[in-house]
Design a protein around this ligand. Structure first.
Ligand SMILES: Cc1cc2nc3c(=O)[nH]c(=O)nc-3n(C[C@H](O)[C@H](O)[C@H](O)COP(=O)(O)O)c2cc1C
Ligand code: SF4
Length: 531
């Protein structure tokens, strides 16, 4: 070997060792980057493999009998497969019809519901996730149109403006409902759940007793914070009696009700001292029906904005806490845990939009996360707004999952999609993913359409996550060819020999028809869009 060649050989070896070292460093740094997210968490006899908990979210996927449906089980299984540490199943009724909430709500007030609930826990456990269920009585939030009876509450005050006037519960009735909670928790344990969460927030029965807005009683269940907390305390004690010492109990509260005259964070820290004893984890939510923009966070709130509330609860009681609220970015989740503000990260809509969120963070494909944009249209809009089963604006695979990717076209197929907005990109990506040669034509210089434009308005900036994700997904597909600055004229399209043409030329932006405001808004929006 000439000295030149041997020199070259040494350099090559050196380069390879160097690249390998960098790779190892990157892997190690990556692990370090999210080490708090992937630290296991043990409470009583439950050990979660990581710190991500899917928060309870009503889906309207249940059977009309209140039984868990197979669609339901499949929906939760996708999230378990996606790597989440704990799934807290949506609020299930401890006492129907009186305490029921929403169409096709799950029920856990009879042993008849055990077989399907067991099927669910068995399915989720197969994937290494823990599973709990939220137990609830809706109180004044139940509707007589569905239940055929007047709703009940602490006092005769509706749980939302214009809601039905409820009937105050007698002491005997309170004690009957306490027993119902205990029986429901026991049933959850028998069905194979690892934990239960008692719902003490969000304008349901226990929250109606806790809140001075809806509790005007003068007996031992009203007045002082201790009295208002009495019902919840009896429930917690009964649940503990039923489930024994090894079973973890979560309690969800609205730590700040964000309503005039309602409980503040300071008030909640006060009443929690009557509740915390038998509670293992405090799930620190916020907001009531009248302040739902805080409870199901509006999109302008930054990721993790409410972790200060969990921090305050944790500091006061030294108990593990859950925080949630628009947490989509893994760095934010990691920072909250690293700072010790909370022990668990609750993720609701983020996991509707992307069931694989945890796996993508763990295995390094963070750019592949389909982030929820907190639009509240597909999920809350359907479930709460119009009583329909949930869907998702950014994830058309809710509830079925991505099974379509296994289907492939069995003969060559050219697809031309006209319009590179989010709908056009979704159509183009789907076509390419099932094996079609796909051409995406966009008249403008950039992909992303209206969503990309609107996201330039500061309060709407979260919207940009959607087109950005779609562009990233499209870029990774080798059989998808995107043409920007391209007019979709007949000759151009004919040359692409399409078997299928998709027209996705978009929609028109809508401004509220408020005379002066519209003009000002338009000008302001125009200025922002042009900047
Ligand atoms: C469609 C929908 C249904 C919900 N149902 C419940 C529920 O059953 N119980 C509950 O405590 N919170 C419920 N929530 C609130 C979520 O659990 C969560 O706290 C909230 O969406 C904020 O977290 P996120 O930004 O991660 O979604 C629901 C939210 C949505 C969007
Ligand atoms: S519908 Fe909107 S808010 Fe709901 S999960 Fe999907 S993107 Fe998020």
């Amino acid at each position: 070997m000439s000295s030149n060649l041997s020199w070259q050989f040494t350099i090559n070896i050196y380069n390879k060792i160097y690249s390998f070292t960098i790779l190892i460093q990157e892997i190690t740094n990556y692990e370090k980057k999210y080490q708090h997210i992937f630290e296991p968490f043990t409470v009583r006899r439950m050990t979660m493999k990581n710190r991500i908990m899917m928060t309870p979210m009503g889906t309207n996927y249940g059977e009309s009998s209140g039984e868990m449906s197979f669609l339901h089980i499949n929906y939760y299984e996708q999230r378990a497969k996606g790597g989440v540490g704990l799934i807290m199943v949506e609020n299930a009724s401890v006492d129907s019809p009186e305490g029921s909430n929403g169409t096709t709500q799950l029920r856990i007030d009879h042993d008849n519901y055990l077989p399907r609930l067991f099927k669910l826990t068995e399915t989720v456990h197969k994937h290494g996730a823990c599973i709990g269920i939220q137990i609830n009585h809706a109180g004044a939030s139940a509707q007589s149109a569905r239940t055929n009876m007047q709703p009940v509450s602490a006092s005769d005050i509706p749980s939302k403006a214009g809601g039905e006037i409820p009937r105050p519960l007698s002491k005997d009735e309170i004690m009957r409902i306490v027993k119902k909670y205990g029986e429901a928790a026991k049933r959850a344990q028998i069905a194979g759940f690892d934990t239960v969460e008692i719902h003490g927030g969000h304008s349901y029965l226990l929250s109606q007793f806790l809140s001075p807005i809806t509790n005007k009683r003068t007996d031992e269940f009203g007045g002082s914070l201790e009295n208002r907390a009495r019902f919840a305390r009896l429930v917690i004690e009964e649940v503990r009696r039923q489930v024994g010492p090894f079973f973890p109990i979560f309690l969800r509260i609205s730590a700040d009700e964000f309503m005039e005259g309602g409980n503040t964070l300071e008030d909640s820290l006060e009443y929690l001292k009557y509740l915390e004893k038998e509670v293992d984890v405090i799930d620190v939510s916020c907001g009531l029906n009248g302040s739902i923009q805080y409870q199901i966070d509006a999109n302008h709130f930054p990721d993790g904005w409410r972790s200060y509330m969990a921090k305050a609860v944790k500091e006061r009681f030294g108990k593990p806490c859950v925080t949630m609220g628009n947490i989509r970015d893994p760095h934010v989740a990691e920072d909250i845990l690293a700072r010790g503000d909370a022990d668990l990260i609750g993720m609701g809509r983020g996991l509707i939009a992307d069931p694989e969120w945890v796996n993508k963070v763990e295995f390094g494909d963070v750019c592949d996360i389909r982030k929820c944009i907190s639009c509240n249209i597909g999920c809350a809009g359907n479930r709460i707004g119009v009583n329909r089963p949930i869907r998702c604006t950014v994830n058309p695979n809710v509830p079925d999952g991505e099974g379509y990717k296994k289907l492939k076209v069995n003969k060559p197929c050219n697809v031309v999609v006209i319009g590179g907005g989010t709908a056009g990109m979704e159509a183009a990506c789907t076509a390419a993913e099932v094996g079609c040669t796909t051409f995406l034509l966009e008249k403008k210089p950039n992909l992303g359409g209206l969503a990309a434009e609107i996201s330039k308005i500061p309060d709407k900036k979260r919207l940009a996550d959607f087109p950005n994700y779609m562009i990233h997904r499209a870029n990774n597909l080798k059989n998808l060819f995107a043409f920007t600055n391209t007019d979709a004229n007949v000759d151009f399209i004919k040359n692409l020999k399409p078997n299928i043409i998709v027209n996705a030329t978009g929609s028109s932006p809508l401004l509220p028809p408020i005379p002066d405001c519209t003009r000002t808004l338009t000008k302001k929006a125009e200025k922002l869009l042009l900047s």
